[in-house]
Design a protein around this ligand. Structure first.
Ligand SMILES: NC(=O)c1ccc[n+]([C@@H]2O[C@H](COP(=O)([O-])OP(=O)(O)OC[C@H]3O[C@@H](n4cnc5c(N)ncnc54)[C@H](OP(=O)(O)O)[C@@H]3O)[C@@H](O)[C@H]2O)c1
Length: 283
């Protein structure tokens, strides 16, 4: 006898009601969010949002490989993860370098046998803010190479092994600039716009292998990335004024949605660009 109305709806539309009932009876419904026994790579996992996501995935049970350029910072996060109780590895990686990326995937498989989750989080932005007419070619190449090509290179290498396993979760950290534009950051905006379409293209191509590809797109989150803007009182006030919920994000605000998109709880979602922006993009 099913009393809960939501459960009734699941039954009505043909869900596996016995399985769902069992999860509820034993209070195990949250197990669909568990990452116990999963192995994840987080690029740029040694600082800011990537560090928060890495610690979050580990808290949900995953072993996490930290892939970034500064090895010492990555090793420090790996130590924090081990304290949580799962395993971790730090691999010095420049995501825009194909050789580094192959090395990252080889080392991960050598240690953990399988890659279940990839979080493409590494990213840079052109600074200072600059008119498009003034932006040098090298800055354009630098931003596009890390943000867009890097996301492609790591996804491509990891997907080869996910395709063999016929399973995988790829989460890209985009930006609200996947959806809206902003002046003075043309290469960054172009790179994040590219990620929006890359996520959809890869999701389409890899759907038959049950590889899910989605993006989480933050507005302003308190990390070194936006430190200058948030420390400028005028700019900060403007950001808050433009944010319907009236606050910027903290790195930990990204943890729940990351776990969701890397877990079985999101098993029918792919190719989605999800804004996590306190309403910034709504008006
Ligand atoms: N914070 C925000 O408000 C905000 C808003 C929207 C989107 N985002 C996006 O969120 C992601 C993380 O940003 P964050 O705020 O955490 O910035 P952050 O604190 O500056 O961290 C950037 C991370 O990327 C890594 N990285 C940079 N270049 C790399 C490369 N070539 N290869 C490998 N790793 C590299 C850095 O590590 P190493 O320097 O050691 O390599 C670092 O871990 C970025 O993709 C950014 O575009 C952030």
């Amino acid at each position: 006898m099913v009393k809960d109305q939501n459960i009734w709806q699941i039954q009505k539309y043909g869900g596996d009601i016995l399985y769902i009932n069992r999860l509820i009876r034993y209070r195990k419904i949250l197990e669909v969010f568990s990452l116990k026994g999963k192995n994840a790579i987080v690029t740029g996992g040694n600082k800011g949002l990537g560090r928060a996501i890495s610690l979050g995935l580990a808290s949900a049970g995953a072993n996490v490989v930290i892939a970034a350029r500064e090895l010492e910072a990555s090793e420090n996060v790996a130590k924090e993860i081990k304290k949580i109780g799962t395993d971790s590895l730090a691999v010095k990686t420049d995501v825009s370098n194909q050789k580094d990326v192959k090395d990252l995937v080889n080392k991960t498989i050598e240690k953990f046998n399988r890659i279940d989750i990839l979080v493409n989080n590494a990213g840079v932005i052109n600074r200072p803010r600059q008119a498009a007419t003034e932006i040098p070619e090298e800055i354009w190449d630098w931003v596009i190479d890390i943000n867009l090509k890097g996301t492609f290179l790591v996804s491509r290498e990891v997907a080869k092994s996910m395709i063999e396993n016929k399973k995988g979760k790829i989460l890209c950290i985009g930006s609200i600039l996947c959806e809206i534009a902003q002046a003075w950051h043309a290469p960054y905006v172009a790179s994040k716009g590219g990620i929006r379409q890359l996520v959809k293209a890869l999701a389409l191509e890899w759907a038959p292998y049950k590889i899910h590809v989605n993006a989480l797109c933050p507005h302003y989150f308190r990390t070194d990335f936006v430190k200058k803007s948030l420390e400028d009182p005028e700019r900060y006030e403007q950001i808050l004024k433009n944010t319907p919920m009236g606050r910027v994000g903290e790195p930990e605000d990204l943890i729940g949605s990351s776990i969701f998109l890397c877990s079985e709880a999101s098993n029918l979602m792919t190719g989605q660009i999800i804004l996590i922006d306190a309403g910034y993009s709504l008006p």
